[in-house]
Design a protein around this ligand. Structure first.
Ligand SMILES: Cc1cc2nc3c(=O)[nH]c(=O)nc-3n(C[C@H](O)[C@H](O)[C@H](O)COP(=O)(O)OP(=O)(O)OC[C@H]3O[C@@H](n4cnc5c(N)ncnc54)[C@H](O)[C@@H]3O)c2cc1C
Length: 436
């Protein structure tokens, strides 16, 4: 065995002691996407997921055309009759203005988004990975890495079967490579010494569900200003119709805001909703379930994305889009990028060459998002100032051409090549802004 964990002289063969070619930790959208693409290429993939499906996940449940493209690419049927609720675009409210912007018509992305609660969504994506050939073990909690003899490289994980309720005995699973897709807290990354970066944006958001006549709204509604009887509250909010009689309502705050870390989010939600028309139904008696919150790790807030046999995917690698808080599409896209890198690496004839391919993963992510995320970090810094948001909503929202540009920028929806003037400006800005 070499110090890098591949058998000396070659990488193609699997070690007799391995349980799989690749272990994926976590079956959220990022892990399931990675597993799907790995399995399609014929690799033996073992996905370890601590919960059992179906399970809830705190989310706004909004899927942009980028996420839709990923689902289509995995062969998932998106029929409204099966609970996929389509939308035409986003509605932005702020500065006394309300504007509806349709998703752009592009050759690269579909012209519609979707809403689907994560309770059903994550299971559907995980089952697609299983159908492609991935082995999914539910109720198995990964407890740490298994390291090679040099204690440097990850060659597997330890895990407990938690589905049984008694904690289960710890056992280890070994593989040639490990993907950490275990979400924002990513204990596996932490155990490998990869901490969150303080110089990157982080959001905190809460959400809950109400029965509401607005459940069949076919625009994703975003509030850039939250008000309570005229008083401006920090943060931004959303109301997404789920199409099943309920709306997902939530709000979030970025760590660039002065109020971050010392605000009662639930009280803020109560105050914001109290200012809404009663007929929308966002009242306590119509609330279904608790108000739950979680963090949004943005703009590559954990790096490097590859080190010593471990690749980071989705929230584990802090990949939420800093412009709009969207994390599902980035998780699925990074899952696919990681899979493509792994497929190439494991086909290389020797270890050094395989390692070279793996070190290409952070660069592939930078190529895909780097400049755009750097711009996003500057945007997040600016909107942390209330005066900027007020200026932008008052002077930007009334200008439809400017808002169409903004929509493409916020949702990262441009033609990669060619396109209209807005596409070319956004692509050029992303290219010339250094990826970091
Ligand atoms: C309030 C809120 C609203 C949001 N709204 C939206 C939205 O509308 N649209 C959007 O695109 N994004 C939204 N996001 C972001 C989005 O939820 C995340 O970016 C996305 O879930 C990331 O996917 P992931 O696969 O990387 O991680 P996750 O979805 O977090 O999945 C991680 C998986 O790993 C499993 N796991 C964790 N630890 C272990 C372990 N030790 N062993 C085994 N398994 C483990 C977990 O059970 C989970 O299944 C929102 C986030 C929040 C908090």
């Amino acid at each position: 065995m070499t110090q890098h964990g591949f058998p000396a002289g070659q990488s193609r063969a699997r070690r007799a002691s391995d349980d799989a070619d690749v272990i994926v930790v976590g079956a959220g959208p990022g892990g399931s996407s990675a597993a799907y693409h790995l399995a399609r290429a014929g690799l033996d993939v073992l996905v370890l997921e601590k919960s059992t499906f179906p399970r809830e996940k705190v989310c706004g449940d909004g899927l942009t055309p980028r996420a839709v493209k990923q689902l289509v690419g995995m062969g998932i049927a998106l029929e409204p009759a099966d609970g996929w609720f389509p939308n035409k675009g986003i509605r932005i409210i702020g500065g006394g203005v309300r504007i509806e912007l349709d998703w752009p018509d592009l050759s690269s992305y579909p012209g519609f988004g979707l809403v689907r609660t994560r309770r059903g969504f994550d299971e559907i994506v995980a089952r697609a990975a299983q159908r492609a050939g991935a082995r999914l073990a539910e109720g198995v909690t990964v407890t740490g890495p298994v390291l090679d003899d040099s204690a440097q490289r990850i060659v597997g994980v330890t895990a407990r079967d938690t589905a049984t309720g008694d904690g289960g005995a710890e056992r280890s699973y070994r593989a040639r490579l490990v993907v950490a897709a275990d979400g924002n807290s990513s204990r596996l990354s932490l155990a490998m010494g990869l901490r969150k970066r303080d110089d990157r944006p982080l959001g905190v958001a809460i959400r809950t569900y109400y029965t509401s006549p607005r459940h069949d709204d076919d625009y994703l509604e975003t509030w850039l200003e939250l008000r309570d009887s005229g008083a401006l509250l920090p943060g931004y909010g959303w109301i997404f119709g789920v199409g099943d009689g309920t709306s997902n309502v939530g709000l979030g705050l970025l760590n660039t805001s002065a109020s971050f870390g010392h605000i009662d989010y639930r009280e803020m939600l109560r105050r914001w909703l109290a200012s809404m028309p009663a007929e929308w139904g966002f009242a306590e008696e119509n609330r279904l379930g608790p108000v739950r919150g979680a963090a949004l790790p943005m703009g590559f807030n954990r790096t490097p994305h590859y080190t010593r046999g471990l690749l980071l995917v989705g929230d584990a690698g802090g990949m939420v889009n800093p412009f709009n808080g969207e994390g599902i599409s980035c998780a699925m896209e990074s899952g696919e990028i990681a899979a493509q890198v792994i497929i190439q690496a494991l086909a290389r004839p020797d270890r050094a060459s395989a390692e070279l391919a793996l070190r290409g993963y952070p660069q592939a992510l930078k190529d895909a998002y780097g400049g755009y995320y750097t711009l996003g970090r500057k945007f997040v810094g600016a909107i942390g100032h209330p005066w900027f948001m007020q200026f932008a909503t008052r002077h930007g929202l009334p200008r439809p051409a400017l808002m169409r540009f903004t929509m493409k920028l916020l949702a990262n929806l441009t033609e990669p090549r060619g396109g209209d003037a807005a596409d070319r400006v956004i692509n050029a800005l992303s290219r010339i802004t250094p990826a970091a």
